[in-house]
Design a protein around this ligand. Structure first.
Ligand code: NAP
Length: 300
């Protein structure tokens, strides 16, 4: 029988990519903001009517700094929503797929983080995402939580598009040269999610649990910005007439309410061992992304 798949957050970076590939594995019902309720009774009733066998939750309050001043709104989406989904999934033998973040860690480790490392979030966003993870792992026996980092895509707001925009109008940019991580394309997250769903639908002992999902390799924000500008120049992007000069910064940014971890690197060996996914280096995806962005002439 064709499985019904419910996708929440269809207009986000990851949700958008999922929406284009999920119809290959099931009957897709994709919902954006305002198209599903978040109250415990109303959402359960919504789910009772749809009876999905897989729920993918890519909806989240992702504005890291805003979370500090809007904790109630952030808690609703990052904690309450996954909690209700997890309870329903447990009662209805449904697989719940959810995404989390490198920001559950404090960044003090001097190596990529393993799934078994102890989280210690530095900001409200990280704490709310960790609480969402906890509810899912405690309540839903069939779940997959993919922790990822530094997500970017052709659609939506993200670091490469912000840097490109700034490089078109500013001749000096200051970017943090201390925080290190792996930029992750939303399309890669969606592709791995598809692999996981296919395995789940065809195998009785499909892997479940918590997985780190990023490309391999890492870069600082400053070095990432440098590579964005140099690729843009190679591709003939209209940059500021003065060459944008990049300055490094170190330590917490006093203009940002949320503190970020210095080390955002996630170890993906568990993903490789259990799903047979071998993530390539982050630069492999990035060069193709820049070429596509330029070819499509999407506004940054
Ligand atoms: N972005 C990153 O750098 C990053 C890094 C690590 C982990 N993650 C995780 O990866 C997942 C996907 O992130 P993303 O980059 O795709 O996020 P995104 O582009 O910000 O998309 C999030 C989606 O959630 C929806 N949403 C927010 N508040 C909502 C509400 N109250 N009701 C219903 N929908 C609501 C948004 O709707 P609207 O479109 O209407 O605003 C948006 O479509 C999230 O779990 C995030 O925590 C992201």
């Amino acid at each position: 029988m064709t499985p019904t798949i419910l996708l929440l957050g269809r207009n986000g970076q990851v949700g958008w990519e999922l929406g284009s590939i999920l119809p290959t594995v099931g009957l897709l019902k994709a919902c954006g903001r305002g198209e599903f309720p978040i109250g415990p009774d109303s959402l359960s009733e919504f789910l009772d009517n749809l009876k999905p066998s897989v729920i993918i939750n890519s909806a989240a309050f992702t504005a890291v700094d805003l979370c500090e001043s809007q904790p109630i709104e952030a808690t609703l989406v990052n904690v309450t929503l996954p909690g209700i989904l997890a309870s329903w999934a447990a009662r209805n033998d449904c697989l719940l797929i959810h995404y989390s973040t490198d920001y559950v860690f404090d960044g003090a480790k001097d190596a990529p983080y393993l799934e078994t490392d102890t989280p210690n979030p530095l900001n409200f966003y990280g704490r709310s995402k960790l609480e969402g993870e906890r509810l899912i792992s405690e309540l839903a026996p069939k779940h997959l939580i993919f922790r990822t980092s530094w997500v970017y895509s052709l659609l939506g707001k993200n670091f490469p598009k912000t840097i490109l925009k700034m490089a078109q109008s500013q001749d000096r940019l200051t970017v943090n040269d201390e925080q290190i991580g792996a930029p992750t394309p939303a399309a890669f997250i969606a592709a791995v999610t598809l692999v996981a769903i296919k395995i789940y639908l065809t195998s009785s002992d499909a892997p479940t649990g918590l997985y780190h999902l990023t490309p391999t390799g890492s870069v600082t924000w400053h070095d990432f910005a440098r590579q964005i500008i140099s690729q843009a120049r190679l591709l003939g992007w209209p940059l500021s007439p003065e060459l944008p000069i990049l300055f490094p910064s170190y330590g917490p940014d006093p203009t940002r309410p949320a503190v970020r971890p210095i080390n955002s690197r996630l170890d993906t060996s568990k993903l490789t061992a259990d799903f047979g996914v071998y993530p390539p280096d982050w630069s492999y995806f990035f060069e193709r992304f820049m070429l596509t962005l330029k070819t499509l002439s999407l506004p940054s």
